[in-house]
Design a binder for this molecule. Structure first.
Ligand SMILES: C[S@@+](CC[C@H](N)C(=O)[O-])C[C@H]1O[C@@H](n2cnc3c(N)ncnc32)[C@H](O)[C@@H]1O
Ligand code: SF4
Length: 421
């Protein structure tokens, strides 16, 4: 049977990106820690809270089983690391807190955000939550501390929730819907995370999820394609069945169509009612950032830094030298150019002038061959100043970004090989 050219191009792109990240995306060189920052440059601070009371089969983020004792030791060291970053001279205007489950120990989290706000000129705070830590009483405590809360729903479909183990832990789709409904409007922005392309998910099932989302009407939503890196491939297969890419492109088209009117602003897989509201893909939207906590990444200038993953080792690094950065990798300029091309076109648009001001060279001169391939594959249209994605380009850059995220998972996988959870 003949395959449609778009499928061939997608498979080839995915294969190429997989090989590329396998080759280049590794962080192996020992590191002495973060460099000193230039003066007066505010960065984004990412804080990782690596605790969960259950593990979902698809989730590759760095996490450990929650105990009150482990969390209180961890938060103490996290605050010590934050003060160390301050002593190096860093300032931050944007704070993203991710996990794991950041709100698993509410008091510790609030104490940590308050410390960060006294130390830095923070303008925006974005935080993740599961559906169990969003009772109005809790969220009211966060008012004034957090601007945006993104809640992991994944799907409202009870059959899928049961297979994921989330039905027992977080409740049925309807219960999760009610929990979110009761806290909407307390914080400036609530966002709902969904995942699409679960094995055996049907078009009708996806449309139902999107209809419920629109009825609930949070300010933002992220609808992620299921990512199945080597870290989670087997557990996804075991709990959900065989994974396939056959419908992914059609599903993404459906998502864009369904959300077009209610959420007109799109950033890759994130959608917002307001044009310039914050969307917290911190890796994607910020060229440089500092990550604190176990298993965090920092990217500064041309170098990716990696923090220790194991909790006991994380604690001893902080006790001994105030920093848990253990490895680093500096990327050559052409990798940074590829990255910029991928990220900007994932967001739909690349400014030629911005590219020139970042790298001191015209994009045509630096990435002429790559642009020619993108044009041939009918993924971009352009004028003198900008390059924009076509409908097919939107999907192709989602595939590239997904492969990039799975490449980051390989770094996590290598770092976590010897850990017990
Ligand atoms: C780090 S998780 C934290 C969410 C929160 N702990 C919860 O369970 O509700 C943030 C989001 O990443 C997304 N995510 C995690 N693993 C994913 C995967 N393998 N593929 C696609 N999205 C994923 C989910 O939508 C999830 O809500
Ligand atoms: S999705 Fe959330 S609760 Fe599930 S394992 Fe990942 S971080 Fe933990």
């Amino acid at each position: 049977m003949l395959r449609h050219p778009s499928k061939i191009i997608t498979s080839a792109t995915s294969y190429f990106m997989h090989q590329y990240t396998k080759h280049y995306l590794n962080v192996d060189n020992p590191s002495k820690g973060l460099p000193l920052p230039p003066e007066n440059k505010p960065y984004l601070l990412y804080v990782h809270v690596p605790f969960c009371s259950m593990f979902c089969p698809y989730c590759s983020f760095n996490k450990f089983t929650y105990t009150k004792e482990a969390a209180s030791v961890y938060f103490e060291h996290l605050r010590q690391e934050i003060l160390h970053v301050k002593s190096l001279g860093y300032d931050f205007d944007y704070l993203v807190i991710g996990g794991g489950t950041p709100l698993i120990d509410e008091d510790e989290l609030i104490k940590t955000i308050e410390l960060i706000k006294t130390q830095f000129n923070i303008q925006h705070v974005s935080c993740e939550s599961d559906p169990n830590h969003i009772k109005p009483k809790t969220v009211l405590r966060l008012d004034g501390l957090i601007d945006r809360l993104s809640i992991g729903v994944q799907t409202f479909d009870d059959t899928l929730l049961k297979k994921l183990g989330r039905f027992e832990k977080f409740g049925s789709g309807e219960e999760v819907y009610r929990k979110i409904e009761s806290m909407l409007g307390i914080l400036p922005i609530t966002s709902v995370d969904l995942i699409f392309n679960f094995p055996e998910q049907s078009e009708a099932g996806l449309v139902r999820d999107l209809e419920l989302l629109k009825k609930l009407s949070p300010e933002q939503t992220s609808v992620y394609p299921l990512m199945t890196s080597s870290l989670v491939k087997n557990s996804v297969r075991k709990s959900l069945g065989e994974f396939s890419m056959a419908h992914e492109m059609a599903f993404f088209k459906t998502i864009k169509k369904q959300l077009k009117t209610a959420y007109p602003s799109r950033h890759g897989w994130s959608f917002s009612k307001e044009q310039d509201a914050i969307i917290d893909e911190y890796i994607i939207d910020h060229e440089e950032y500092v990550g604190v906590g176990s298993g965090s990444f920092s990217f500064l200038k041309d170098t990716l830094y990696l923090n220790e993953f194991a909790l006991d080792q994380y604690s001893s690094h902080i006790q001994n030298r105030n920093s848990a950065v253990i490895k680093e990798k500096t990327f050559p300029q052409n990798s940074q150019m590829y990255y910029r091309l991928m990220v900007d076109l994932f967001n739909g648009k690349l400014s030629k002038r911005k590219f020139h001001s970042m790298f001191g060279v015209e994009i045509e001169e630096a990435l002429g061959k790559e642009l020619m391939l993108l044009r041939l594959a009918k993924t971009v249209v352009e004028d003198e100043h900008t390059i924009q994605t076509t409908e097919f380009g939107d999907y192709l850059f989602l595939v590239l970004m997904k492969e990039f995220y799975m490449g980051m998972d390989r770094i996590r996988n290598n770092a976590r090989k010897h850990l017990s959870l």
